[in-house]
Design a protein around this ligand. Structure first.
Ligand code: DU
Ligand code: SF4
Length: 230
């Protein structure tokens, strides 16, 4: 199977009644600033190259971000921070990400999430996380041969990445590696060691308060970018 085939099935997923209702309600009601746009309002596929050295695992689409534009992290404040940093460290061809057709290309990198539909208050339930996990499992299986680094944005991304690699049969250190900004662990992937790096999520909750600064994000993404074959 291919990523294209996976994405074609993903975008029709309706497994979580609460999230289906929410993603569609937001898409119908819209935010005033985007009143003349057509919202995506569906599950959001991973974005970037199909043979990534770096796999970035976030949380879930934002209601008026990826749930609007249909592209992961595109069109919201978290994405502004993420792609600006990715550009500074050489993982993206441009610093901005506004629409699905804005010309943004990721270099050696793919961005994905453990929950594919926008959740109310950015908080998926345990059941929603469990129902959506097979989509990340399937994506990981397809990209695993090239992956050298997994960057987890936030503790949910960290736990979801660990769960996905375990289910893919990778070895994970015991005790379970703890999430933190700059945390790292070495995973045993199918083709050798894979570095797991943690970063605080570039949500406004973290960036607005100064818990996550640009240089902190550049530090973690820069460590990942250094492992992309050039
Ligand atoms: O058809 P496409 O998804 O635009 O990919 C065509 C080509 O561009 C493929 O070799 C991957 C690469 N690419 C990329 O370098 N960065 C991206 O963000 C998306 C695709
Ligand atoms: Fe399907 Fe995941 Fe969306 Fe639930 S969150 S409906 S499992 S794509």
């Amino acid at each position: 199977s291919t990523l294209e085939a996976l994405d074609a099935r993903l975008v029709d997923c309706r497994r979580c009644p609460r999230l289906v209702r929410w993603r569609e309600k937001v898409a119908a009601e819209k935010r005033a600033a985007y009143a003349d746009e057509e919202y995506w309002g569906r599950p959001v596929p991973g974005f970037g190259v199909s043979d990534p050295a770096v796999l970035v695992v976030g949380l879930a689409p934002a209601a008026h971000g990826a749930n609007r534009t249909g592209r992961m992290f595109t069109g919201d404040r978290s994405g502004d921070w993420l792609f600006a940093s990715m550009h500074r460290v050489g993982m993206a061809n441009q610093p901005t990400s506004t629409h699905a057709d804005d010309g943004l290309r990721l270099l050696g990198t793919r961005v994905t999430a453990p929950v594919r539909c926008a959740p109310p208050e950015n908080k998926p339930t345990t059941g929603e996380k469990e129902r959506c996990a097979p989509w990340l499992d399937a994506e990981l299986r397809l990209v695993a041969p090239s992956v050298r680094v997994v960057v987890a944005l936030g503790s949910i991304g960290w736990d979801s990445a660990l769960r996905a690699v375990r289910r893919a049969g990778w070895s994970v250190p015991t005790p379970k590696p703890r999430f933190g900004h700059g945390a790292e662990a070495v995973l045993g992937g199918p083709h050798g060691d894979v570095l797991l790096l943690g970063s605080y999520h570039p949500s406004q909750q973290n960036t607005f308060t100064g818990r996550l600064t640009e240089s902190m994000l550049d530090d973690v993404l820069g460590r990942a970018a250094a492992m992309i074959p050039r």
